[in-house]
Ligand binder design. Structure first.
Ligand SMILES: NC(=O)c1ccc[n+]([C@@H]2O[C@H](COP(=O)([O-])OP(=O)(O)OC[C@H]3O[C@@H](n4cnc5c(N)ncnc54)[C@H](OP(=O)(O)O)[C@@H]3O)[C@@H](O)[C@H]2O)c1
Length: 328
């Protein structure tokens, strides 16, 4: 497994991250986690460890808190496991109906909510600190001093070691950094061969197609300031290998990506998942893909990404398939 020192932490971590979004089974608060789902989580965590994956990505909301809770049970059952892992979680999204029935789904970066969210995560996980806390999605009502106070309170109490964001633009990160004293170390964003916009924005600049750059130089900003980019949905939920994508992706683009992925997989003697992830790993921003499978065979297939370094030509062939046409 490829590893890297996560800038700003001094900690060596795996380049691949295991995402815990589905660990709790369903998103219903009422439905308990089944024995078979618990066994699935045990197996996928063990597979990750066997592969050398040491970073686990949580959020307070995943499966309404059940993902953190079931993972906490795994930690309790395996003393010493916590020390081998880099644990990150996210906060700032609130469900509809919380706390009053008429409350809409919304974002909440108030000091009180951030602190309460982290305390809930620590309780469910059964740990005394998170290695990294991410603000999940930008809150238009962000009060910078509230976030600064929350981060400082959490850091001073030893509850969170490092801080970052998710789904934030360069300008939003710059604004946050202007007030928050802790370094922003990570920006976790959607990025894959079938969602290459963050990378494509820099290529399509000033072209009629694919249209205006809505990414605001975010990838470049992150690189300039040593902010590690983590890629969520790096396999586009399997579409990069199946060629069958959801809404928003042209069917012929998904098919072209899957065909090129399959061709390069055969050439290297690895899985298609490995090629799709190697495309992210090859980028000089040292992107860390966050893989969401709960299937050990698929995680092992993904782990083969560490064995592949794509040439510039191979990288571009995949990029061209994913962006739906040649570069300008
Ligand atoms: N920051 C954010 O806003 C945000 C948003 C979404 C997700 N995330 C994080 O990113 C992680 C990954 O997201 P994701 O699950 O959407 O990413 P993904 O790894 O692209 O997709 C995994 C999903 O695709 C399915 N799948 C189908 N074919 C597959 C194949 N050949 N290889 C791998 N998976 C295949 C998996 O099902 P099986 O389990 O049956 O394999 C699973 O449901 C999440 O767990 C979460 O930690 C963050």
């Amino acid at each position: 497994m490829q590893t890297q020192t996560l800038p700003g932490t001094g900690q060596d971590v795996s380049r691949l991250i295991l995402g815990a979004m589905r660990f709790g089974g369903s998103w219903s608060r009422e439905e308990p986690v089944s024995a078979s789902q618990r066994a699935t989580v045990e197996r996928i965590v063990q597979t990750a460890l066997d592969l050398g994956i040491t970073v686990i990505d949580h959020a307070d909301i995943y499966c309404a808190g059940k993902s953190e809770a079931v993972f906490g049970d795994v930690l309790r059952a395996h003393p010493g496991l916590r020390q081998r892992l880099f644990l990150q979680s996210k906060c700032g999204i609130r469900f509809a109906g919380d706390p009053t029935p008429d409350a809409p789904a919304r974002y909440d970066f108030s000091r009180a909510h951030i602190v309460a969210s982290v305390e809930g995560s620590l309780r469910r996980l059964g740990v005394d600190h998170l290695d990294l806390l991410l603000l999940h999605r930008p809150d238009p009502l962000i009060e910078l001093e509230e976030v600064a106070a929350a981060f400082t309170a959490l850091e001073d109490a030893g509850k969170v070691r490092h801080f970052g964001v998710s789904n934030h633009t360069a300008a939003q990160i710059a604004l946050l950094r202007s007030v928050v004293r802790q370094p922003i170390l990570v920006n976790q964003v959607e990025l894959s061969l079938l969602h290459p916009h963050l990378i494509d924005a820099g290529v399509g600049f000033n072209q009629t197609s694919p249209g205006p750059d809505r990414n605001g130089g975010t990838l470049e900003y992150c690189r300039q300031h040593g902010i590690t980019v983590q890629a969520w949905s790096p396999l586009a939920k399997g579409a990069v290998v199946s060629g069958v994508a959801g809404p928003g992706v042209a069917p012929e683009t998904a098919q072209a990506v899957a065909a090129e992925v399959a061709r390069q997989a055969a050439e290297h003697g690895v899985s298609g998942e490995a090629i799709a992830l190697a495309w992210l790993l090859r980028h000089p921003a040292r992107i860390m893909p966050v893989i969401g499978t709960t299937n050990p065979a698929r995680l092992r297939a993904a782990g083969q990404a560490s064995e592949v370094t794509l040439t510039r030509e191979a990288w571009y062939r995949l990029f061209i398939a994913g962006r739906g046409g040649r570069v300008p």
